[in-house]
Design a protein around this ligand. Structure first.
Ligand SMILES: [Zn+2]
Length: 312
């Protein structure tokens, strides 16, 4: 048996190197490299021709002249929230992959569950939960009075099972909550490690591109931001969105950090309520109408974030 190939990946920026070194050559951070085992190409060990998911956009690549490529105005799927759509650049684009990052408890699962229950009425949608049980998701949906009759739910962490279920169900929208618990049998490292996150995300994004599925990955960020995940994933995904908010505040901001289909730094504002996430369409009203803060000498300035001016 051939020796397993390994590489060294930076936990901070995701750059990889053939040999270990103390400092990352890309982002110059120290002691951030960790060893990953590269998965063997399918079919190689058995001597057979590789079958199934190979290549980026299908098994056979064809060369076309640029003018032959059909330019289609990609229809965007609305999330049901104007605030979310604005951050996405107008809605979800089929075949795109989106990463929703944030601290645990920020409300990522709540926001996505609301979005998917809304979308499931018109498009087939699959929610893969790797952290919460289906019962917990159902309880939350009932508590938020969401329509539950159309959304398909699966509790699974094995990437191959997720992909084969997706291939048979053919959902238009696929949510994987979260990418840190998904693992591949072909890798020996633990779920959540750089190699697992990278490999599983690569397989899922490849599936999304090939089938035109909207892929939404949930990624947790720890307090020091050190968790392998969002940073490593940024190269593969089309859109990276961060959901932020303090535990003592009910307001949450959705901020676009990378978007291949829209403006970056776009901002959406939500309030966490008993009935789930509610969008705040006029944030200036909340931040200005605070009578306890009125004091002589107060200055109001306009801040421009993304395409949206805001008073504070
Ligand atoms: Zn680095």
């Amino acid at each position: 048996m051939a020796k397993a190939k390994t590489a060294f990946v930076c936990n901070d920026c995701g750059a990889d190197f053939p040999k270990w070194q103390g400092q990352c050559g890309e982002c110059h951070a120290w002691n951030t490299l960790s060893e990953i085992r590269l998965s063997a190409p399918a079919g190689k060990s058995s001597g057979k021709r590789a079958t199934g998911r190979t290549g980026f956009a299908g098994s056979v690549a064809t060369v076309k002249r640029l003018e032959e490529v059909a330019v289609v105005d990609l229809p965007r799927l609305s999330s049901g929230f104007d605030e979310f759509d604005r951050v996405l650049g107008g809605g979800f684009i089929p075949g795109s992959s989106i990463l929703i990052g944030g601290h645990p408890g920020a409300g990522k699962s709540t926001l996505l569950l609301q979005t998917l229950c809304y979308l499931a009425s018109e498009h087939s949608a699959l929610y893969v939960t790797g952290e919460e049980s289906p019962e917990q998701i159902a309880m939350r949906a009932n508590r938020l009075s969401l329509p539950t009759d159309q959304l398909q739910l699966m509790a699974e962490t094995d990437v191959d099972t997720i992909l084969s279920s997706a291939e048979s169900l053919k959902p238009k929208i696929l949510v994987v909550d979260s990418i840190q618990v998904v693992h591949s049998e072909t890798l020996t490292s633990a779920p959540g490690s750089v190699s697992q996150v990278r490999d599983c995300a690569a397989q899922l994004t490849r599936y999304a591109k090939q089938t035109g599925t909207v892929l939404i990955l949930v990624g947790h960020v720890t307090k020091d931001g050190s968790l392998a995940g969002p940073k490593v994933l940024e190269h593969m995904i089309d859109c990276s969105i961060l959901l932020e908010g303090d535990h003592d505040s009910r307001y949450r901001t959705l901020r676009g950090q990378k978007n291949r289909f829209g403006a970056v730094n776009e901002l959406g504002i939500f309030a966490m309520t008993d009935t789930g996430m509610r969008e705040v369409t006029n944030p200036s009203a909340i931040f200005l109408d605070r009578s306890e803060h009125t004091a002589p000498g107060t200055t109001v300035v306009v801040v421009w974030e993304g395409t949206r001016p805001c008073y504070c």
